[in-house]
Ligand binder design. Sequence first.
Ligand code: SAH
Ligand code: SF4
Ligand code: F3S
Length: 475
Amino acid sequence: MSNKKTVVTQEQIAHQYEYMQFIAKMTGEKAQAYGHPLRAFTQTFGCQQNEADTQQIAGMLEEMGYEPVDRAEDADVIVINTCAIREHAESRALGNVGALSHLKKARPDVTICLCGCMVQQEHIPEKIKKSYPQVDLVFGTHALWRFPELLYRSLTGDKRIFDTTGDAAGYIAEGLPVLRDGGTKAWLSIMYGCNNFCTYCIVPYVRGRERSRASADIVKELEALIADGYKDITLLGQNVNSYGKDLDEQIDFSDLLEKLNAVPGTFLLRFMTSHPKDASHKLFDTMARCDKVAKQLHLPFQSGSDTILRRMNRGYTAEHYRELITYARSKMPDITLSSDIIVGFPGETEQDFEQTRQLVAEIGFDMLFTFLYSKRSGTPAAKMEDDTPHEVKQARFERLLKTQDECVQVRQDAYAGKHVRVLVDGHSKGKEYPLTARTEGGLLVCCAGNNLEIGNFAEVVIEKTSLRCLFGRSV
Ligand code: SAH
Ligand code: SF4
Ligand code: F3S
């Protein structure tokens, strides 16, 4: 196992396109016989990164002649892209795969594929082999770019295929097709993998080492997105502040933001996730200066207790986190802040938890993603002593949500009467405010009024607020 990423050559990519053409020929012939195109169903668990991966899988499937469908029952190929971050994500994916056994019995010709983070774990392929015979093809995150070849082998042979090996340092593959869902929002991966090994987290084991895409490739993709009409673009990476460290070109994440900000067009750039250990003043200065960079920061702090942060291997203290937020707010007073928190990490005491809750109350986040600790086998935290009963953890979790709701209400109310710039992005369920939009900071606004058009920016005045939504009218 090397520590150096593998850049997939254009020749290898061309080879995958050949497999896509072989399959397109097969599906074309079948479509003639059936009188309709063959169909593919994809389902995604987990984070935005996984959604972006599924869009690549969907792009390859389209190239191979499959039409996307909304129901697994209607599909000839089913791809379930899994997540391993918490037990719940795994059991949901496995539950769905389990439910497909009837479909496979009724229609043995359907091809069921399982991919993504869950299957990249060492113990999973064996489990699928034994208990989920309906699955035809299993491929891990490192094999994503070889999906056409693997599917071809699956369609033309009779054996089940398992490909979850691959170099843990990871791959960079450019030039594969992507099928996005239209609309205003698009994901744009700038890097893959993670080097941080937070003690609770499975991601470094299933996604390989940190590796960045060349900035020219990112600029090219952004230009294509703008040309396609996308206006709300989120740059993705597990720790975007490490961007560029592995590249030959001299560039860091702030430099990349500057470069992307200079791309012509009317659009907003967001990014996630930032790690407090690597978020720098330079980053906040750059955000403040770049007009197309949304004043929005997702900066997970996980715990307000330094003892727990140390045991999590996070590499910063609560005080450092406070300092970062103070600096960011001094440069961007209206910045929207969000964070991730884990409640019930092994050994978390009442006092540790209170420090987390107090930090939440003190900072006043606009959004918070709160998780109960879930033991992941193979991670260092899985071996740590954990004697807090589940009910205690659950009660802490609920107390934290209550604190957060109180903060959000205050922050939402503060918007009443304000004028805000929004990007209109869809239809709402309500009649009074029939459209949905997002503020630059990513807050949901239901809006009404003249001159509002999906896909356009507009200025609205906030007429009322609720915990989850602002209500605005165009001015
Ligand atoms: N790279 C990002 C996070 C990716 S995972 C970062 O470092 O911020 C998203 C969130 O899931 C994490 O921030 C953490 O809060 C949560 N998480 C990760 N592993 C978990 C586990 N074992 N149990 C509960 N929550 C977990
Ligand atoms: Fe997991 Fe930590 Fe990497 Fe985030 S930074 S993906 S929490 S190991
Ligand atoms: Fe994302 Fe889940 Fe993998 S959160 S990186 S899909 S383990």
